[in-house]
Write a protein that binds this ligand. Structure first.
Ligand code: SF4
Length: 468
């Protein structure tokens, strides 16, 4: 399902959007992380891993969290450690090696990786020879399958030609660059000075080295952004020409990213300006030939994400949208999450606590969740909505042996206002299609099927960013 540019009526959407502006999950998992408990620990994870390898031919997705950054970007809510002390890399790599060995041992049969992703933090905070070591640690334990998706998030400010060589030699074929905004005043306000020429030069190096896909991350809603300033950012972006673009809404979550409080004293765009920037950007991406993949992702038509969207094989996990269907995801490094078919496990967030636990025990699991039958059904429903923008009742019934409309009568009733506003279409059997306008509010559609959300809201604890 693609978004038709002409069908995005800004005025109509501006009228309905305020009704749906609320805090809600991004559904990289269901149940969402606040549901998980600390009663799940390393022994539970070991036991779930031992049962996860019934079929050795199944591929694996691997994620590594490299937590270090040179300096703090003031909008950032990621799990990171700001340090220029590069001597820390050795201890970190020793711990990853130990963690990988422990997980490999717990999985009783050898498995190969179809997807490997490094995120952070800043993975290229590591020196090129450390990049090579980390890649070796992972691929010796879990060899890469032919045509595996091997991707990394980089910060162009610290990524050198020697890094690019190390990445190519290590099998990386996709690269994602933090850009956010090319405007000098915005960059200064967010404490991330990154000249466009440097980003363009790194893209040129990556193209020359043979990377199949280059992604840019952008953020709208940052201090001093206006529609006109962001238009100029997009002019530069189109000249450089990434294959994929992720356009994130700035998440003002001061309860977990205290440095964001500084933005309240400067000029954050108001809600209407923010929406105007988003609409302008979407229109321009589509006019430039990018496809709307979902939530905040855009890709060239020939990109594999566009193909996966078209043939309904697109999936979603902690790394965002992916083409990897139904494989176990193993996470390494501080705060990393593993997702098995029936459980989630997460490691210590703090680097030192994670490192100590891993060196002691091999695992640093601090919380997790085993999915109930209801969780599994709702996870399937929510993933269909988030990835495909539609859900077929007959597919649900064939898979779970229950009538969809009866099983989710409450959720479907909750969607009545969205149906009246033209954001979702619901058939008599409960099959639903999210309309092009509704795709901008797809989190709100999914929220109707979340069995835990009402209780989370009653608790009064802030857990999620705004949906719009
Ligand atoms: S945005 Fe990226 S580079 Fe900046 S502090 Fe956050 S993780 Fe580090």
């Amino acid at each position: 399902m693609s978004v038709d540019v002409a069908s995005l009526d800004l005025d109509q959407l501006l009228e309905v959007l305020p009704r749906y502006t609320t805090e809600g999950p991004r559904y990289t998992s269901y149940p969402t992380a606040p549901v998980w408990t600390e009663s799940y620990g390393p022994e539970d994870f070991r036991s779930d891993l031992a049962q996860a390898d019934a079929d050795a031919s199944d591929g694996l997705s691997l994620y590594v969290h490299v937590p270090f950054c040179e300096s703090l970007c003031h909008y950032c809510a990621c799990n990171k450690l700001i340090t220029k002390d590069h001597a820390r890399a050795a201890g970190y790599l020793d711990a990853v090696e130990r963690e990988v060995a422990a997980v490999r041992k717990a999985l009783r049969v050898p498995r190969m990786a179809t997807q490997l992703h490094w995120g952070g933090g800043t993975p290229t905070w590591l020196a090129p020879q450390e990049v090579r070591r980390l890649a070796r640690i992972l691929t010796e334990a879990f060899p890469l399958r032919e045509n595996a998706e091997v991707s990394i998030e980089v910060d162009p400010r610290v990524t050198t030609e020697a890094h690019v060589d190390a990445l190519v030699d290590s099998g990386f074929n996709r690269i994602s660059m933090g850009v956010q905004d090319f405007d000098a005043r915005v960059q200064q306000a967010v404490h991330r000075i990154q000249p466009a020429e440097d980003t363009a030069a790194l893209v040129a190096l990556c193209r020359k080295a043979g990377f199949e896909s280059v992604n840019f991350d952008l953020i709208y809603g940052l201090p001093y952004q206006t529609v006109a300033s962001f238009e100029r950012t997009l002019d530069i972006l189109f000249e450089i020409g990434p294959d994929r673009i992720a356009l994130y809404s700035y998440a003002h979550v001061t309860w977990k990213a205290k440095q964001q409080r500084g933005f309240e004293r400067v000029d954050l765009p108001d809600a209407t300006t923010k929406l105007e920037i988003m609409f302008m950007a979407i229109r321009r991406f589509l006019a430039e030939g990018y496809r709307f993949i979902g939530l905040d992702h855009f890709a060239r038509p020939e990109d594999e994400l566009s193909r996966a969207l078209a043939d309904r094989t697109l999936r979603r996990n902690f790394m965002g949208h992916t083409t990897q269907a139904g494989v176990d995801l193993l996470g390494f490094g501080p705060s990393a999450i593993s997702e098995l078919r029936s459980s989630f496990a997460q490691s210590h967030r703090e680097v030192d606590a994670w490192q100590d636990a891993v060196m002691r025990d091999g695992m640093a699991t601090v919380r997790g969740h085993r999915l109930s039958r209801d969780d599994v059904e709702r996870r399937w429903v929510i993933e269909r909505i988030m990835c495909h923008g539609q859900l077929r009742a007959d597919e649900f019934e064939a898979r779970f042996g229950r009538a969809f409309a009866e099983s989710f009568a409450d959720a479907l009733a909750e969607l009545a206002p969205m149906q009246a506003d033209g954001l979702v279409e619901i058939a008599a059997d409960g099959s639903l299609v999210v309309t092009p306008a509704g795709r901008l509010l797809v989190r709100n559609v999914a929220m109707a099927f979340d069995a835990y959300l009402a209780e989370q809201r009653r608790s009064g604890v802030r857990m999620f960013s705004k949906t719009v």
